[in-house]
Design a protein around this ligand. Structure first.
Ligand SMILES: Nc1ncnc2c1ncn2[C@@H]1O[C@H](COP(=O)(O)OP(=O)(O)OP(=O)(O)O)[C@@H](O)[C@H]1O
Ligand SMILES: [Mg+2]
Length: 189
């Protein structure tokens, strides 16, 4: 992301269900106006993350969430409207924008597969880069967001000890962060 300092975290997913669970963790943090971009080759798990995310954010059953490859965009309504776009079939340069205004007007959130095709990426978005490894069940997943801003503060919350948690009460933003990062888990790329 030229011009904007970003924070990154690398996560190793060892199964489809771990990837879905990562999506669910992010989905619980989703707020109106959020944009999540998914980058990565075919079969890396973009749809699995999207399923988890939409499931957690809208309560839609996992089986009812499918990649909108032919419709381009699907809408799921829960407490929050989540739009799920898949740009696989879009030619590079064909798209002017991906209906960001529609998402903003409805106070919804947007998750985009094949974000490589988005002509002008939203700098404030959460970017998720997925890649294959030598092991067919293992994926490397990198979360990237601006250093400053709401994604950063939501994702990089330190995991609290049980005592700390009891002292402050259960704050959902500070609880169950599988990727809560300190310097050690930051991606060294
Ligand atoms: N650790 C893992 N995380 C996610 N998917 C995994 C993992 N290990 C194996 N898989 C398998 O990889 C496939 C991922 O498919 P998925 O449709 O989510 O990928 P995708 O990136 O959306 O692909 P496409 O570009 O075709 O849309 C599934 O068949 C899933 O079972
Ligand atoms: Mg997909």
């Amino acid at each position: 992301m030229p011009g904007l300092e970003t924070k990154k975290s690398c996560i190793t997913s060892r199964s489809e269900s771990e990837t879905i669970e990562l999506g669910r963790q992010i989905g619980r943090l989703l707020a109106p106006g959020d944009v999540v971009y998914l980058f990565g080759d075919m079969g890396t798990g973009k749809t699995r993350i999207a399923k988890g995310l939409i499931n957690a954010a809208t309560n839609t059953p996992l089986d009812d969430i499918n990649s909108p490859t032919f419709t381009l965009i699907n809408r799921y309504q829960g407490d929050l409207a989540v739009y799920h776009a898949d740009l696989y079939r879009v030619e590079q340069g064909e798209l002017e924008d991906i209906g960001i205004e529609m998402v903003e007007e409805s106070q919804g959130a947007l998750v985009v597969e094949w974000a490589e095709k988005v002509p002008k990426l939203d700098e404030n978005a959460l970017r998720i880069h997925l890649s294959h490894t030598d092991d067919e069940n293992v994926r490397i997943i990198v979360l990237e967001c601006p250093q400053e801003g709401s994604w950063s503060s939501r994702l990089w919350t330190r995991r609290m000890s049980d005592d700390e948690e009891e002292a402050v009460g259960r704050d959902p933003y500070k609880h169950e962060q599988p990727y809560a990062c300190d310097g050690e888990s930051l991606c060294r790329s």
